[in-house]
Design a protein around this ligand. Sequence first.
Ligand code: CAA
Length: 260
Amino acid sequence: MDYENLKTRYDDGILLVTINREKALNALNRQTMLEIRYLFEAHAADLQGLKGVILTGAGTKAFVAGADIKEFTSMNQESATAFSKAGQDIFFLIENFPKPVVAAVNGFALGGGCELAMACHIRVAGEKARFGQPEVNLGLIPGYGGTQRLTQLVGKAKSMELNMTGDMIGAEEALRLGLVNHVVPQGEEVAKATEIIQKIGAKAPLAIAKVIQCVNAHFREGKDAYVTEHQEFGALIDTQDMKEGVAAFIEKRKANFTGS
Ligand code: CAA
């Protein structure tokens, strides 16, 4: 697919994806959401050589300033419900992607932008990044999972407050609340995200995929994630990587994982 609104660069097993609508502060219009869906579906089908994905925003001002508000004027209840469900499904693709996905948050991460960052496995924020769920200012609520993932990350009290006030918080406050993993000097977000993916890339790939699956299982209603965990623990025991990892420990050498 030729992307209109995404820029991609592949380097040493890491796919850097830049949401590229700088004039609209990288707002997620329909086309951009379609392109994100295509990208994650295509890469999930062929993971060969891929260590992880970094998502960032074009320019220095915004990661993503939300869903594209200008597209809301033509929606009715039916189409808005479908719009929200489709967006949630795309963000599930990111959340469940079997390789680490890191958000390199280089500016405003508002509404759908904060939700996009939260769907990623790890968030690195530049020191000028700003986070918030301002949908109540538009007479709306978050539609791409914000009421759920913000609660998962920062707890009920702060999620209630942020979702109801629409307040923006800075990177340091986001770090204190557990919304982001790291704060770095402005402009160093992608470098830090790369370092994290390289570190994870040295581990056993099947085990990393199972970590993602098991941690996510905790948050899906009706799932007993302890069951997921013991089943997936059992499933790893017969892999070559597990045999190699254990042998390397005993032989006091570095493991050579092959993802099998
Ligand atoms: N959708 C569409 N266009 C947007 C946008 C958005 N979410 N955010 C910014 N833009 C556009 C502006 O309209 C403006 O375009 P023009 O130059 O053509 O007028 C351009 O980006 C620059 O924005 P501003 O002039 O507003 O820049 P600023 O520095 O004064 O303010 C800002 C920056 C505080 C981020 C402000 O742009 C803003 O509040 N944006 C909207 C944030 C928002 O409400 N996001 C939630 C969207 S709803 C949602 O996401 C629902 C969901 O859960 C799925």
